[in-house]
Design a protein around this ligand. Structure first.
Ligand SMILES: [Zn+2]
Length: 359
């Protein structure tokens, strides 16, 4: 189905309709892609103690990348970020820069000004997008990291074939982005999709979560929790981390495999509940935890399938392989996805204007 939004974009020469996708039952969907611009975009992923940057072409391919130390909690964090961005942009191609996309681990409300809440580093209502755009003189679009990844999926990955899907990330935390009718659902405060904070463990001594509550999903099956569980079970030494745990499971250590299997079971039940509520066509799994995913599946599959309503039991689960620069590539997709956003604000309109003008 071609929406009026897409018809307008095709008329403007920003979007082309490709071949029919006949991989799913029902009326074939047209695969859409961006065209008509030879510009580049810059994507940045913010982490508490560093930033990852990429320069990407309009088809999402990464031309170059960098990782720089940076401290989000420093008083000079934003001016330092401007400096890092200016330096990265100056070292890039001479093709027109269409905009900068910034992915943050917090919640983003008011995407026009890119207002970020990231309590772990003391950011409360920080107008990041506004500050960066003003300093750099180019459009800047800020969003939650997982939303950015979902947009990259929608443009370049498995999500091209689905109007309704969940992108779930496994790693330090557990994240989720909800795409309905092709659009990312952000909710009232930008917090939609926070599956990591679904309450799981109601024991009084349940693990404390970064959000302040106890027993949240990511406090129970996030990387730190898996490492702590493995150490307590004697499956991991005191100084060993998640990579060692994956290695042990790969080598056939049953205690290590059980840690992942149990995490898979808990995730499976929780995700089945979410699928029953949202009714997506597919779930896309990704994140830095994917190298260990095969050890999660024996717990995940029965819990997930068994928790789905019977008519949804065959739901597709797509595995997206993980690369180090994927988060920053997702941030770049924030800029590339603007033609597909129905609620285009000033930043999006500025990006579209630069896309049309680029040689
Ligand atoms: Zn929490």
């Amino acid at each position: 189905m071609v929406t009026s939004l897409v018809r307008g974009l095709v008329a403007d020469g920003l979007v082309a309709e490709g071949d029919d996708d006949r991989s799913l039952p029902g009326r074939p969907a047209k695969l859409l892609s961006l065209v008509g611009s030879s510009g580049v975009v810059v994507g940045v992923k913010l982490v508490a103690d560093h930033v990852a940057l990429v320069e990407a072409a309009v088809d999402g391919t990464v031309a170059r990348s960098a990782v720089e130390p940076w401290r989000a909690s420093a008083p000079t964090a934003i001016s330092e970020l401007v400096r890092l961005l200016e330096s990265f942009i100056a070292g890039g191609s001479d093709r027109r820069l269409l905009g900068v996309g910034v992915g943050v681990p917090g919640q983003v409300a008011g995407r026009e000004r890119g207002t970020v809440t990231w309590p772990a580093v003391g950011w409360h209502g920080t107008e990041l997008g506004e500050s960066l755009s003003h300093s750099l003189g180019i459009p800047v679009i800020v969003d939650n990291n997982v939303n950015a990844l979902a947009l990259a999926e929608r443009l370049f990955g498995h999500g091209r074939r689905f109007e309704h899907f969940l992108t779930v990330t496994i790693g330090t935390g557990i994240g989720c982005a909800i795409v309905v009718d092709g659009m990312i659902q952000r909710g009232a405060t930008g917090a939609a999709g926070e599956i990591g904070h679904v309450p799981i463990d109601d024991a009084p001594d349940a693990r404390r979560c970064e959000c302040g509550n106890r027993g949240c999903l990511e406090a129970v099956i996030g990387q730190d929790a898996l490492v702590a569980t493995a150490r307590a079970a004697g499956a991991l030494g005191a100084r060993q981390g998640i990579d060692a745990l994956v290695r042990r499971a790969d080598e056939g250590d049953e205690a290590a495999q059980r840690v992942f299997g149990e995490a898979g079971r808990i995730l499976g039940r929780c995700l089945a509940g979410l699928v029953n509520v949202i009714d997506p066509q597919a779930v896309v799994l990704t994140g830095e935890g994917m190298p260990g995913w095969r050890h999660w599946t024996f717990g995940f599959e029965p819990a997930f399938r068994g928790g789905l309503m019977p008519q949804r039991r065959e739901l597709r689960v797509e595995i997206e392989t993980w690369q180090e620069d994927r988060w920053a590539q997702g941030a770049a997709a924030l800029v590339l996805g603007t033609p597909f956003e129905s609620d285009a604000g000033t930043q999006s309109r500025r990006v579209r204007a630069r896309m049309v003008a680029a040689p």
